[in-house]
Design a binder for this molecule. Structure first.
Ligand code: MG
Length: 232
């Protein structure tokens, strides 16, 4: 292992910064369909794979990226607001996202080991953030969530993870990030943090490695074994 932090064992890790969608919640399927449908209302095609590739951006950045790349122009503020509102409406009409099996147990193991739990997400949907605190009562506190509302630049910019470092008071060498999205991995690595890429979606592992992940695991069970190898 390249990282001194993990060579020394879990005792030297002070905090885990979890991404939310695709790491805590099995929600990326819904998000990708919601984005796809929101653009389809305008007669535009946003393929699911492209949604996964751009996961982690804020809503406005996602719309802006699409307009620049596919339409060759900037989106207006009205277009951004309207498409994001449409996407949020579609998402909220879908069944509530379910946490991945085993993620709460893993968080409890971190908590028992004295490791702080933070969440760093590109989401700005209050309903989701409130739900997160309810679903993980005793594990996740609202003041330990950095959301799209707390930053100017979303992932892949390092700002969300730098903000989490600043708010938590930990240094980059004391924490580990868990991210499922290529842009999320890039954001965390640009902030100088050891990053575990967890592949829970439709993209190849290679994409997470190429984004700079220090290690790539498949699913929560492998993630648990990475941090707690003694527990089978
Ligand atoms: Mg994610």
């Amino acid at each position: 292992m390249k990282n001194k932090l993990l060579q020394n064992g879990l005792s030297s890790i002070k905090a885990i910064f979890f991404d939310m969608d695709g790491v805590i919640y099995d929600s990326m399927g819904h998000h990708s369909v919601a984005w796809n449908k929101a653009f389809a209302f305008l007669g535009l095609d946003f393929p699911l794979e492209q949604v996964y590739m751009n996961e982690g951006r804020t809503g406005s950045s996602t719309v802006q990226m699409f307009f620049r790349e596919k339409l060759g122009r900037e989106a207006t503020a009205e277009e951004i607001a309207s498409i994001y509102a449409q996407k949020s409406k579609i998402f909220e009409s879908m069944p509530k996202p379910i946490p991945f099996e085993g993620i709460a147990g893993l968080m409890r193991q971190f908590k028992s080991a004295g490791v702080a739990i933070w969440v760093v997400t590109g989401s700005a949907q209050d309903q989701l953030l409130d739900g997160l605190c309810r679903d993980f009562s005793g594990l996740i506190l609202r003041e330990k969530i950095v959301s799209a509302k707390d930053v100017k630049q979303g992932k892949p910019n390092p700002e969300p993870y730098l903000k989490a470092l600043k708010s938590s008071g930990f240094s980059a060498g004391e924490v580990v990030v868990i991210e499922n999205a290529p842009l999320g991995v890039q954001s965390a690595k640009a902030a100088g943090i050891f990053t575990v890429g967890i592949n829970t979606g439709i993209l190849d592992d290679e994409i997470l490695w190429n984004s700079g992940a220090d290690v790539v695991v498949k699913g929560i069970s492998q993630l648990g074994k990475f941090f707690f190898p003694q527990k089978v």
